[in-house]
Ligand binder design. Structure first.
Ligand code: RB5
Length: 149
């Protein structure tokens, strides 16, 4: 659901800094209130240093949703999914983005800064922010995610 009163955190490493800046400007232009959690330039950094603070804040309920990025999107997603209340989906297409909301109730989107065009990333992100969870059988499945054997 589109809830423009909420604050949405965004974080990346150097591999996605330019994509982060592009998306941040788009989001602000479209009326979203953003919390920029870095990185703030193209200097090489370690992605967990920027992803952990965002994922921890979503995990603790400080933010409902978040946006993360790194070069591949994998390191950021893997880091965020260490938190029990986080469901971070790696999305490289609009269809992936729809599905991770509809079926996984993802509360964080991970984008691959080096593998999708910025305009496509914006389409993927808009889809993530405006697609609802279907619930039903998918609620049952989502609840099973944390039931480790
Ligand atoms: C940085 O070079 C790169 O490893 C990082 O952005 C990301 O792709 C890690 O998964």
């Amino acid at each position: 659901m589109l809830m423009k009163s909420e604050i949405i955190p965004i974080a990346c490493d150097h591999g996605a800094y330019q994509m982060k800046e592009f998306l941040l400007n788009k989001l602000i232009e479209h009326g979203y209130t953003m919390k920029d959690m870095g990185t703030f330039n193209t200097d090489s950094v370690d992605y967990p240093d920027f992803i952990h603070p965002l994922a921890k804040a979503v995990n603790e309920g400080e933010y409902e949703r978040g946006i993360i990025m790194c070069g591949s999107g994998n390191g950021a997603q893997i880091t965020a999914n260490k938190y029990p209340n986080v469901r971070a989906g790696l999305c490289w297409s609009v269809e992936q983005s729809q599905l991770t909301r509809r079926h996984n109730n993802a509360n964080i989107i991970s984008l691959p800064g080096r593998f999708v065009e910025f305009d496509m990333a914006w389409e993927i992100l808009k889809t993530f922010l405006t697609t609802d969870f279907e619930g039903g059988r998918h609620q049952v499945r989502v609840e099973k995610i944390s039931k480790l054997l």
